[in-house]
Design a protein around this ligand. Structure first.
Ligand code: NAD
Length: 305
């Protein structure tokens, strides 16, 4: 089987080596399309492949139409909103992600950003500590669970809310399960977002929600920019000088947020999964999932069931 790795932003070299070893070791052929600049290059590369691995690359209906032999597409990473799932299903293509492979990397970044924030972006003035503060984790998935684990090491109080994960699972991890998203915002000093972008969550982090944070509250987003209602959050930051907004995903209105100097920070580009370990883990997991699919039809991580 011919397996294409199509990455506008390439994997680390060690990840490509690992993917190659996995794919070729299972008797499949690997084709690489890295740093492509035109969609036409991608449309040409997908023409005769049986499987493909992508990162943040867009697999829209046009790409899926062009990939006549495609049977499986794997997004090396957690979020899969860059794959047109309806088009994949219509073409009988299995779409998968590689959950959990970069969640520790994202969770560690949360704390890098939080220490930077409570120490006033290292501006020389005395800041505060995370120990004893209450951290609210919105969504107790792979990233949220790693955030909880690390938060305990900092001596933080930890609470979480997840619309689908049962409270006893959250409590079993030594985390206080609150009953609603509102309760999380009302009772925590810092709220860290780990929800996916879904019709329910898009723009759900709005004025009313964030305004429930106590004085000096911090909102940190390492999930997806789409979950933030940007105009409403801008309005709130203008009204409440005590609030801070920290993000790993540059908002569309970055220039407007940047006016809140000392209370807003965005990583220059999404850094959450940018570690050698996450890169290698996700890429190799994608290769293994493709091999398992061709070997015995395994679709354990299918997201378009
Ligand atoms: P996951 O699928 O493991 O967990 C998501 C959790 O969200 C699940 O537990 C689910 O029950 C919960 N959930 C879904 N809808 C909800 C809702 N309406 N309210 C409350 N909870 C809800 O995903 P993950 O690997 O933990 O990733 C979380 C987010 O982080 C995703 O948006 C992902 O795209 C993003 N992410 C960002 C980076 C980065 O580079 N910054 C890297 C990896 C993942």
């Amino acid at each position: 089987m011919k397996v294409l790795v199509a990455t506008e932003k390439p994997f680390a070299a060690a990840a490509v080596d690992g993917i190659k070893k996995e794919i070729e070791g299972a008797g499949n052929e690997l084709v690489l399309l890295e740093k492509y600049t035109e969609k036409a290059q991608l449309l040409d590369a997908v023409k005769d492949v049986d499987a493909m691995i992508i990162r943040s690359d867009k697999a829209d209906a046009e790409v899926l139409d062009a990939a006549k032999n495609l049977k499986i597409i794997v997004r090396a990473g957690a979020g899969y909103d860059n794959i047109d799932l309806a088009a994949a299903t219509a073409h009988n293509v299995v779409a998968e992600n590689t959950p959990g492979q970069n969640s520790n990397a994202v969770a560690e970044l949360v704390f890098g950003l939080l220490v930077f924030t409570v120490r006033n972006f290292y501006n020389g003035k005395a800041g505060s500590e995370l120990k004893g503060k209450k951290l609210g984790i919105l969504a107790f998935g792979n990233v949220g669970r790693n955030v909880a684990r690390i938060a305990k090491g900092f001596g933080m109080e930890v609470a979480a809310y997840d619309a689908f994960c049962p409270a006893d699972v959250i409590e079993a991890a030594g985390v206080h399960a609150v009953k609603s998203q509102d309760e999380l915002f009302q009772t925590c000093d810092i709220v860290s977002l780990h929800i996916p972008a879904t019709p329910e969550t898009i723009k759900s982090i709005d004025y009313k929600t964030v305004n429930q944070l106590p004085k000096g509250g911090i909102l940190i987003n390492t999930a997806r920019k789409e979950v933030i209602n940007e105009p409403e959050l801008l309005k709130l930051l203008a009204e409440r000088e005590d609030l801070k907004f920290i993000t790993d995903i540059k908002p569309d209105a970055d220039a407007d947020f940047a006016k809140f100097e000392g209370r807003y920070f965005s990583t220059p580009k999404k850094m959450g999964a940018q570690t050698a370990e996450a890169n290698i883990n996700a890429g190799i997991a994608a290769a293994k999932q493709i091999n398992a699919f061709f070997a015995d039809g395994c679709t354990k991580y299918q997201v378009n069931k």
